[in-house]
Design a protein around this ligand. Sequence first.
Ligand SMILES: [Zn+2]
Length: 231
Amino acid sequence: MIMFEGKNGKINEMIDEIGDNHISTSAQNPIRDDAFSLSDEEKIKSIQKDFTNILHTLGMDLNDDSLSGTPLRVAKMFVKEVFGGLHPDKKPKLSTFENNYKYGEMLVEKNITVYSTCEHHLLPIVGRAHVAYISDGKVIGLSKMNRIVDYYAKRPQVQERLTMQIVQALQEALGTEDVACIIDAKHLCVNSRGIKDIASSTVTAEYGGKFKDESVKRELLDYIKLETEFE
Ligand SMILES: [Zn+2]
């Protein structure tokens, strides 16, 4: 565990560096054991107070009609929406079916929209995920792949971890190692502050089982490159 307490300049430098380099310390989200001892309503109340304090400290007049509802609005949004994927109960049920038609090729669900939040700056990560698997007897509903991406995205995240979590969840549900995920995303903490590079995006990939094979990986990348028109 890294301690950030104290007024030491070195420590402040380290905080900036870990943030700007987006270094993650674990493949699991660092969630405490008592993370869900408070109800959602209790969390909203507490975060509302915290945001009132933040805006007040910044010098904002919370009696202004436009601002007065902001702390509650942000608190609800944090608990129910942007960080709504922290609670294990919210994990989508990944029910599978027998692969009766014996489709043995890879299935790719591409261009899945990703809205996540960088855990180092709490700014949005926006991009696309491409998820693929090769059935070993089980198949999964297509929308479940979108839902599992969204579930893990709705946490304070690091893109590498998000990519791995999606693969692991699908490997577990499908009972096969042959799952892959590629995410191409923009990090607003890079695009709008710090280095302010609006054009750059970050690509992360996790290849399980057969997807480690060069030709299988190539096939997946070719499918992702296909520009299908639907007009
Ligand atoms: Zn960041």
